[in-house]
Design a protein around this ligand. Structure first.
Ligand code: PRX
Length: 676
């Protein structure tokens, strides 16, 4: 088996063959499915066996796969027994597609697993959260301190009239209060919905309106790359059109200017001063909703993905324990924002259910310098580090000198999530950050799946750069074709063929869309919307989205959502958005637009349109390129052929053009694309 070291020749340079295979594999990072991609991924032959010492001490042992296969319900049931229940379940799983119920009849309050049980042991004084703000301010909360804060805020929620089942929107920077307020909602059975702080006022408004949330928790501001993000100001814009909101709680992050609306707005610290220390946990049914998190779908409107308590907690607890091999003396750092599902599952819930010490950081990795992350790893002795391929590619671009300035020897395990990782970035992560000593877990999952489903188990799995390897024990995944036949060779659609504990329980307020999006492709089988292939060893290679969703910098953006934003601009008549490969982000957005009347298009127009999208949705949705075209390629029935635009943007030979209403349009668009 070649190892990373063997790939280098004496001068430390990679061998010609390795470079060639990396370059080839890199071409796959854009995650476009199709035969050429599949062939290229097949070229990746390097593999990394677990080291004996790691394997010996690992939480996961090889037998776990066989145990789970023999009796999946017993496997999940045993893991659920490691959590705190108020009333035990009668049945592990009941499934009548598309509806699953897990731990049927069980009652619990999940904060008892995440907090109460730790404060009853010596973990009481253990650091639960080591937080660092972007300007350099720091705070450490022990499990006892976190428990107290959560209890107090749960009492605040009650005082503000929040009851079991009410929706609470949270729009905060990455500060401890984000974790505290989310857990406090869970304490009283309220349903939280965290809205990423980078989303625009309009996006916040749409989510609050859809949720009919009664309460909004926000902050006067937050820091990002040295700038202040004016969250309360943005929230006020949103709140002008949110009649369901009765109260707003504001965390004081800095000394930022803001307006207070008497009777509606309250300072967090004042409410906390008056709150009682203990709030009895509200026991809820295992299936009671825990949170709703919005994610992009193929139509313009984001979907409110619903997760329940018992199954979700079991899933995140089990995957944190085995995939991250968490031990009591580890320092775990998941760099994701709690605004995304990764922050929910591997910051708020999974690690706390395991009693872990974790790091949380507010800001940007390059502030004030490009070694901020490595400084944090060194300062806190981080041992497990989990981030996105986009970040790794940015680190690669910035150069080895940044991590090399720091002592990273405490690291023992590395993880990635959010998009396919190109083998070149995988190898760089392994060598430069992990110094060849740390296993890498490339974890595939989604907002909808709640927890990791396809992943190596460190200490057990031989890893291969670019492959998420195999389904987690108890998970059944297959590659299917359109008709639901299993594809044994070549690519197809990824399918999850058995229910799993953390699976989404629906889309908030839209049963039809839930059934249509995930359960209508094949009867009784979950369709995640990703293309993939499985190789002869049963390893899965995820190829990326097969629908109109772009995975840019690890975040899902719907092309339709960006198109609807663009056409709202007064000068845009039509817009078509496609994903194109991007060195750092994996994929980025290219928008083809037609303008009204005789409007001129120049750099300023492009900038105005880009800013407009940022205002409408958020900066993450900004198109990288805006191309002004005379018309869009359409079929005779008027359907925009985005596929052809993608071919133009990626320099591919144009696919089938016979259905085009105006065959000449492509040449004109191509010319415009090359000139712009
Ligand atoms: O396309 C897959 C990609 O991210 C999508 C899910 O995005 P989201 O719901 O925002 O959740 C991201 C964090 C869990 C998937 O449909 N994806 C996620 N992880 C991987 C991945 N693609 C390839 N490899 C991964 N490890």
């Amino acid at each position: 088996m070649p190892t990373a070291k063997k790939l280098k020749n004496k001068s430390g340079k990679k061998s010609g063959a390795a470079v060639k295979s990396e370059k080839k594999a890199r071409a796959t990072s854009s995650a476009q499915s199709g035969p050429s991609t599949i062939d290229t991924l097949l070229d990746e032959k390097r593999s990394f066996k677990p080291k004996a010492a790691f394997a010996k001490a690992a939480n996961a042992k090889k037998e776990v796969y066989a145990q789970a296969r023999r009796n999946p319900e017993q496997f999940w049931g045993k893991l659920a027994e490691e959590l705190v229940w108020n009333k035990k379940w009668r049945q592990v799983c009941s499934f009548k597609a598309p509806d699953a119920r897990w731990f049927v009849g069980g009652k619990l309050n999940i904060t008892e697993s995440c907090l109460d049980r730790h404060v009853e042991t010596s973990r009481r004084n253990k650091a639960a959260l080591i937080w660092e703000g972007e300007p350099g301010d720091k705070q450490t909360l022990t499990y006892y301190a976190l428990y107290r804060q959560v209890n107090k805020f749960a009492n605040v929620l009650k005082k503000l009239g929040i009851n079991k089942g009410d929706r609470v929107a949270i729009y905060l920077p990455m500060i401890p209060e984000l974790m505290i307020t989310a857990l406090a909602c869970a304490r009283i059975g309220a349903i939280h919905s965290v809205v990423f702080g980078g989303f625009s006022p309009e996006s916040l408004r749409d989510r609050i309106v859809d949720l009919e949330a009664k309460l909004l928790i926000t902050a006067d501001g937050g820091y990002r790359r040295g700038q202040i993000i004016p969250l309360k100001h943005d929230a006020d814009v949103a709140l002008a059109e949110c009649p369901s909101i009765e109260h707003v709680v504001i965390v004081k992050r800095g000394n930022f200017l803001l307006r207070i609306k008497d009777g509606r707005d309250h300072w967090y610290h004042r409410l906390m001063q008056e709150a009682d220390n203990f709030c009895p946990p509200v026991y809820v049914d295992s299936e009671h909703p825990l949170f709703i998190l919005y994610t992009s779908g193929t139509t313009g409107k984001p979907k409110g993905i619903m997760h329940s308590c018992g199954g979700y907690l079991t899933g995140v607890y089990a995957t944190t324990k085995y995939v991250f091999d968490l031990k009591d003396d580890d320092v775990f750092w998941c760099t994701a924002d709690i605004g995304w599902v990764t922050g929910h599952s591997y910051l708020v819930y999974g690690p706390t259910a395991n009693g872990a010490t974790q790091v949380m950081y507010e800001g940007s990795p390059d502030w004030p310098d490009r070694d901020r992350f490595w400084q944090i790893v060194e300062d806190n002795g981080v041992s497990i580090f989990y981030t996105a391929p986009t970040a790794i590619r940015a680190f690669m671009k910035w150069g080895e000198e940044w991590p090399n300035r720091h002592d990273l020897s405490t690291l023992r395990l590395l993880g990635t999530v959010g998009e396919p990782i190109n083998p070149e970035a995988w190898i760089w992560y392994h060598e430069v950050i992990g110094k060849g000593n740390c296993p890498i877990v490339d974890t595939w999952w989604q907002t909808e799946t709640g927890h990791i489903l396809i992943t190596p188990l460190p200490g057990v799995t031989t890893t291969r750069p670019g492959s998420a390897t195999q389904p987690f024990p108890g998970i059944e995944a297959k590659i299917l074709d359109d008709d639901g036949r299993e594809v044994k060779k070549g690519g197809g659609y990824l399918a999850i063929t058995k229910p799993w504990p953390g699976m989404l329980r629906g889309i908030w307020g839209d049963r039809e869309r839930f059934v249509e999006t995930y359960w209508s492709k094949w009867p009784g089988i979950y369709f995640p919307g990703d293309g993939a292939r499985v190789d002869q060893q049963g390893y899965f290679w995820i190829l990326g989205r097969v629908d109109d969703v772009i995975n840019t910098a690890g975040h899902r953006i719907s092309t339709m959502e960006v198109e609807s934003a663009l056409v709202e601009h007064e000068s845009v008549v039509e817009a078509a958005v496609v994903g194109i490969p991007h060195d750092l982000k994996g994929e980025c957005l290219a928008a083809f637009v037609t303008l009204g009347g005789s409007l001129e298009f120049d750099d300023k127009t492009a900038k105005r349109l880009t800013e407009f999208v940022a205002r409408k949705i958020g900066a993450i949705a900004k198109p990288e390129r805006i191309i002004h075209v005379p018309d869009l390629p359409k079929t005779r029935s008027g359907k925009i052929m985005r596929r052809l635009l993608r071919d133009i943007a990626t320099g591919k030979i144009l696919g089938d053009t016979t259905t085009l209403a105006d065959p000449d349009i492509l040449a004109r668009i191509k010319k415009q694309y090359e000139e712009d």
